[in-house]
Design a protein around this ligand. Sequence first.
Ligand SMILES: Cc1cc2nc3c(=O)[nH]c(=O)nc-3n(C[C@H](O)[C@H](O)[C@H](O)COP(=O)(O)OP(=O)(O)OC[C@H]3O[C@@H](n4cnc5c(N)ncnc54)[C@H](O)[C@@H]3O)c2cc1C
Length: 305
Amino acid sequence: MDMNTIEAVVPTTDPAQWRDGDAWLAGGTVLFSYGSYAFGPQPLKRLLDLGAAGWEPVAVTDDGIELAATCTIAGLYSLPGSPDVAGRAWPGLDLVRPCCDSFVASFKVWNMSTVGGNLCTSLPAGPVISLCAGLDGVATILGPGGTSRTVPVADFVTGDATNCLAPGELLRSVYLPASALASRAAFRRLSLSNLGRSGVLLIGRLDGGTSLVLTVTAATKRPVQLRFDGIPDADELAASLDESIPGDLYHDDIHGLPAWRRDMTFRLAEEIRSELAAPQGAPGLTVSGDFWPPQARHNALSKGA
Ligand SMILES: Cc1cc2nc3c(=O)[nH]c(=O)nc-3n(C[C@H](O)[C@H](O)[C@H](O)COP(=O)(O)OP(=O)(O)OC[C@H]3O[C@@H](n4cnc5c(N)ncnc54)[C@H](O)[C@@H]3O)c2cc1C
């Protein structure tokens, strides 16, 4: 879409330069598809272009992984899986590719859109939101007055297309701590249609090998995280879900009715609980989901889907 209200494109990463009528420009896949009038009462006048930020897309240390806001989905996908990020045993990395594969993305979106753009768009089905919330990611946010603050990704998104950013604030990066990356993890996703947008996406982790952390996304308007001291039984888990997610927090759009999202949340949560309660690699689990195998993705992408 032409953004014919734009008067200037300013290459900068300095929030002090932000003024009314500005938007940060990352991959542009939302800005150029929604248009100038979709981001507030007034049309956009300037784009503050992060394209020349030069931030290292992925920085790995023993303490964890820092993803720059400008890291693309393709860049995220190319992170090697467990157990080999420079020899570290981080099974949580097994979540990266299923989350990226949950993106209903064309070749352009896959290669241009960014970690930060996905978080800041704050759609319930944002797969980077699922990944980063599920791995206890912490967002670093820069403010116009030279300030910096951190927010857990699970709290960054506050509702359907809303988040905690104040006008002019810039999402700089997301930090994934080694403690979460070192946990055994389980992933479940459902969509109403083949290659459709996520209707329900749940991630479970076994912290310290003993404590279940369950993150519900896509089904709900914002991420919901449940933490248990150990592994609850099925009834405890269902009761916690019931208590933590009121009916009106389930998302309602063409990709799934709230009642379906709720039923599937309970079902997938129980699958995750059973999987993580069993010894690793135990046979006999029934797995829901329509996980899009990478080869199918690449076939589709090579056709420009
Ligand atoms: C065909 C298609 C399929 C899509 N499928 C999905 C999908 O399955 N799931 C999904 O979640 N989205 C989907 N999207 C929406 C979108 O592409 C993604 O959310 C993408 O990750 C946005 O990233 P971007 O870098 O292109 O953002 P941009 O378009 O550059 O920016 C999006 C918004 O975020 C703000 N922003 C960007 N970066 C920052 C930052 N660092 N700090 C502060 N604000 C910032 C911008 O100002 C703007 O308001 C799809 C879009 C298309 C066109």
